[in-house]
Design a protein around this ligand. Structure first.
Ligand code: G4P
Length: 538
């Protein structure tokens, strides 16, 4: 085991200070609720304006999946950059990108493993939508604290109590309003800060206009009447009475324990309520906390021994160089350039010589990084998603679970050398874009397994754009892949299959995999092979 280097010996206080000022989060939402717009406005406040411009490109990406690979300019920030970082009021903020796919994507799930808190954006007219529910489930399972931003108050909205009730009923988490909307749609006048007793007035104008909050004594203050009119004031007085009577009051400990979500109303497009929200985020969102290892021990971020794990791999960050980047979330200690670390799975020492931060198409060397930070390791060799790196005391973080594929297709290459095609498929599989199985009989074109069908378009487009390989994707009727295991061992020989529709294949490690058309087919095969277990993931 290598001894910690000098550069690694960061003083305990210095490390604790760096940890305390870090905020690493992601934004989750149902498509169109306003995630991109909110990201853009947050970055504007942070002064990262040129980045904010680049975020806009992501919309185009979402609307035209097949040509996003050609949009080199947008591509930088849209799908390649795993994170944007900025300094604000003494905080070091890292916002991790959750890809805005329509389908639930594993990439998003893995990103949520790398954050310390989450911002959930809801559309005020729609409330809790299906994608919100799926993503929130992941946050709940991991106990991630969630701040809620209810967006688009400038448009006709659901009643604020109905929105809070939906969060509580559908998501099963207490919702504590932090501000209260004064009207909605054409009658929207602003929000009342329930804690500071201020009115933030809304002025309808292109792109919004930043205004200072106005101090008032209480909801029934005459100043409020003058600002928002008697009707809205009456509604506010009633709402405040209800909130202080039966409503959920903000409780920081409950938020940190993921039992309560503070709720803010505003309008991202109009730049309204964003500044207050960003301040709340800096003030409330937790810094990096301890992480559990596979052995159930806790690694504190202030442990001097460096640890981190790979949560994302991206091939062809720079198409001219054909490089591969492993994105590492640092969990404890300090990372310094050229530092030797242990690769837990491979049990080897590697030197972190090519560690970068990415901003769009630009990259810059990282001299040092701290818990909560995300860095990219360029051409990391045999690094895979979920791998742990450490220095000093051996640490292994839990494996990142893979979700069972639900859609399958055969990938047929056009005129291309086999080696090149296999390499390309292998690289994309390493990114976790899809599972790959090879049928044991017939033509050995790979079978791809994904969760959402959109992924097939992404794979096809990337093979064309990044590798110059034309492919056709032939969709299959199959819906599930299973690994047969007997007495805890992989089933070696071919299994007796009672049905002809089941495809017998192998995975990238040569293990037997069966691909079924239906749940019934799977059940029937299992009944005929009672001594065999059919595992949904490995
Ligand atoms: P997403 O990333 O969550 O998918 O949502 P995005 O920010 O792309 O926003 C979806 C649409 O909602 C966009 O309109 C955006 O302008 C609009 N929007 C976002 N915030 C607000 C808001 O506070 N008020 C109103 N009225 N609209 C908002 P679009 O027509 O799809 O795109 P664009 O033509 O504006 O670019």
């Amino acid at each position: 085991m290598p001894a910690p280097t000098d550069s690694q010996a960061v003083g305990g206080d210095a490390l604790a200070r760096e940890v305390a000022r870090r905020r690493t989060f992601a934004i989750i939402s149902h498509p169109d609720a306003g995630k991109t717009t909110l990201t853009e406005k947050l970055l504007l406040y942070a002064g990262a304006i040129e980045l904010a411009g680049a975020v806009r490109g992501r919309r185009t990406q979402r609307h035209a999946v097949s040509d996003w690979m050609e949009m080199e300019q947008q591509r930088g920030i849209s799908i390649s950059a795993a994170a944007v970082e900025f300094e604000l009021q003494g905080h070091h903020v890292t916002l991790l990108d959750t890809p805005g796919h329509q389908d639930f994507s594993e990439d998003t799930y893995r990103t949520l493993l790398a954050v310390d808190s989450v911002v959930m954006v809801l559309d005020a007219a729609k409330g809790v939508e299906p994608q919100t529910m799926k993503l929130f489930e992941v946050c709940r399972a991991r106990g991630i604290p969630v701040l809620t931003f209810i967006n688009k108050l400038d448009q006709p909205a659901l009643d604020p109590f109905e929105l809070l009730d939906q969060i509580e009923r559908v998501l099963g988490i207490a919702a504590a309003p932090m501000n209260w909307p004064l009207g909605d749609g054409p009658g929207f006048r602003g929000v009342y800060d329930l804690d500071a007793h201020t009115v933030l007035l809304f002025e309808r104008q292109q792109g919004g206009r930043r205004m200072e909050p106005l101090m008032v004594a209480a909801p029934d203050d005459e100043a409020v009447t003058a600002l928002v009119g008697a009707d809205r004031q009456r509604a506010l007085i009633e709402a405040v009475a209800m909130i202080s009577g039966a409503g959920t009051r903000f409780d920081e400990a409950a938020y940190r324990a993921a039992r309560q979500t503070p709720v803010f109303f505003g309008s991202a497009l109009n730049d309204f309520g964003i500044e207050a929200f960003l301040h709340a985020l800096l003030g409330l969102a937790p810094p990096p906390g301890p992480r559990e290892t596979a052995d159930g021990e806790l690694v504190a971020p202030t442990d001097p021994g460096f640890t981190g794990f790979v949560f994302k791999i991206q091939a062809n960050m720079n198409p001219r160089h054909r490089d591969r980047v492993a994105f590492l979330r640092i969990c404890s200690g300090k990372l310094t350039k050229d530092m030797p670390v242990q690769h837990a799975r491979l049990d080897t020492t590697i030197r972190l010589t090519r560690v970068y931060r990415f901003f769009g198409r630009d990259r810059e060397t990282v001299p040092e990084a701290f818990p909560g930070d995300v860095v990219g390791i360029v051409n990391p060799g045999r690094m895979a998603i979920g791998d742990t790196l450490f220095q000093g005391r051996p640490v292994q973080f839990p494996a990142i679970p893979q979700f069972p594929s639900e859609q399958f297709a055969t990938l047929r290459p056009g005129d291309v050398r086999h080696k090149r095609f296999d390499e390309a498929v292998e690289q994309l599989a390493e990114e976790g874009l899809m599972q790959v199985f090879y049928p044991v009989s017939g033509i050995r074109n790979p079978i791809l397994g994904v969760i959402g069908a959109l992924q097939f378009d992404v794979i096809e487009a990337r093979l064309r754009a990044e590798y110059g390989i034309e492919c056709s994707v032939d969709r299959m009727a199959h819906t599930a892949a299973r690994w047969p295991v007997r007495n805890g061992q992989d089933v070696e020989g071919p299994l007796a299959l009672p049905l002809s529709g089941v495809v017998q294949a192998t995975d990238h490690l040569g293990r037997q995999v069966l691909v079924f058309q239906s749940a019934w087919e799977l059940r029937y095969t299992a009944e005929k092979n009672p001594e065999v277990e059919f595992l949904a993931s490995r």
